[in-house]
Design a protein around this ligand. Structure first.
Ligand SMILES: *Cc1c(COP(=O)(O)O)cnc(C)c1O
Length: 381
């Protein structure tokens, strides 16, 4: 087996050794239930509160504003349904975008079936929403604006602070799915007018199965899962102590090393894009050229079937991702690529490469070398 070269950090990341090391005791010696009053229970409780502080500090929130969940998807569900159900007397209108992750889109679809009205904002060819369209779509029934911080496919970063300011001026709550952003961009919920923010540990070198939701103090939202009184009565279920310790350590490490990490990813991304643009004809970058995640490069290769490209790359030990979903049997290109206006045949040939920690410039050379050859071969067929 060849060495694996992993360029799919937007899908998930490996848990860092240091994170795993901090988690391990909470599976074994410190296994106490955080609601129990004896010493190993109190130790669990203390570990949870320390992790809460780390998460809060990373985004400039207060400890009491952080709720732990089981994943990014759950955080999105809790934020959106939580606000919708608690504020339905005030209004039934929600504004989101056409390019959200399914965790937001499908939550909105469910709410539509329950009588809520949802506006799905358009994006331009770079994947950016229009602030004017946002303002124009607000009605006196609007209770929530949910717009993702960074897109998981094309990497485009939205003008979060400006969106937050519009929400604030209209007295509407603003939630952002920041699952791709946390660890990759600096976040300050106070400065950026963010009321609610979702994150997931496995996207920033923490474990899978643990997420967090920031909810600004005073926001009216309801629990969506019934049971015990954990997480200030907003999220029932015995706490995943090891996972929570993991998300705390992972977010702390991400921001301790932020500048260097950000610089490295930006360098790899820009080097990759320029190499592909120089060496392969008929390609186009998807998403905004500069307002994008440091590690994201989504490029369409004309006359190429993305999945064929992926399979060929896999045989060279390269992990990446395509924008089309024909693995599921359908040849439907991604809703994001369609929303930025790509014709189906261009969307089919898109390849998402997302860089991370362990990637080097030499890895990029290997990737580009193989792409030059594979794209050429596939185009000849
Ligand atoms: C990965 C992802 C999610 C879902 O997070 P999970 O922890 O896998 O549930 C939600 N939104 C975005 C933008 C993502 O990239």
């Amino acid at each position: 087996m060849e060495k694996i070269r992993y360029f799919d950090h937007a899908a998930t990341t490996a848990t860092k050794e240091e994170v795993l090391k901090e988690m391990l005791p909470y599976f074994s010696i410190n296994y106490g239930n955080a609601s129990s009053i004896y010493s190993i229970g109190r130790k669990s409780k203390k570990a949870i509160e320390e992790a809460r502080e780390k998460v809060a500090k990373a985004i400039n929130a207060n400890n009491k504003e952080i709720y732990f969940t089981a994943c990014g998807s759950e955080s999105d569900n809790l934020a959106i349904k939580g606000v919708a159900y608690a504020n339905k007397e005030k209004g039934n209108h929600i504004i989101t975008t056409k390019i959200e992750h399914p965790a937001v889109l499908n939550t909105c679809k469910t709410l539509e079936k329950q009588g809520f009205k949802v506006t799905y904002l358009n994006v331009n060819k770079d994947g950016l929403i229009s602030l004017d369209e946002l303002t124009d779509s607000i009605t006196d029934k609007t209770i929530l604006i949910s717009i993702m911080y960074a897109n998981n496919e094309i990497g485009t970063l939205q003008p979060i602070k400006e969106i937050g300011a519009i929400a604030k001026a209209h007295n509407i709550y603003f939630h952002t799915d920041a699952v791709q952003a946390v660890g990759n961009v600096k976040i300050d919920v106070k400065e950026q007018n963010i009321d609610m923010l979702s994150m997931s540990a496995h996207k920033f070198y923490g474990p899978k199965g643990v997420g967090a939701l920031y909810v600004k103090n005073g926001i009216n939202f309801e629990r969506i899962q019934d049971g015990g009184h954990q997480e200030k009565n907003k999220r029932a279920g015995t706490e995943n102590v090891a996972g929570i310790v993991g998300i705390g350590k992972a977010i702390e490490l991400s921001y301790a090393n932020f500048e260097e990490y950000n610089k490295k990813l930006t360098m790899l991304r820009d080097y990759y894009i320029s190499q592909v643009e120089q060496k392969i004809p008929n390609v186009q970058l998807n998403g905004h050229r500069t307002m994008r995640l440091p590690g994201n490069a989504n490029i369409s290769f004309k006359s190429i079937e993305g999945d064929a490209l992926l399979l060929n790359l896999d045989s060279k030990g390269i992990c990446a991702s395509a924008g089309s979903a024909c693995t599921s049997g359908s040849l439907n290109p991604s809703h994001v690529l369609i929303a930025i206006g790509l014709p189906h045949e261009i969307a089919q040939g898109s390849l998402r490469v997302t860089f991370g920690e362990e990637n080097t410039k030499e890895d990029v050379d290997y990737l580009v070398e193989n792409l030059v050859e594979l794209v050429d071969n596939l185009r000849k067929k």
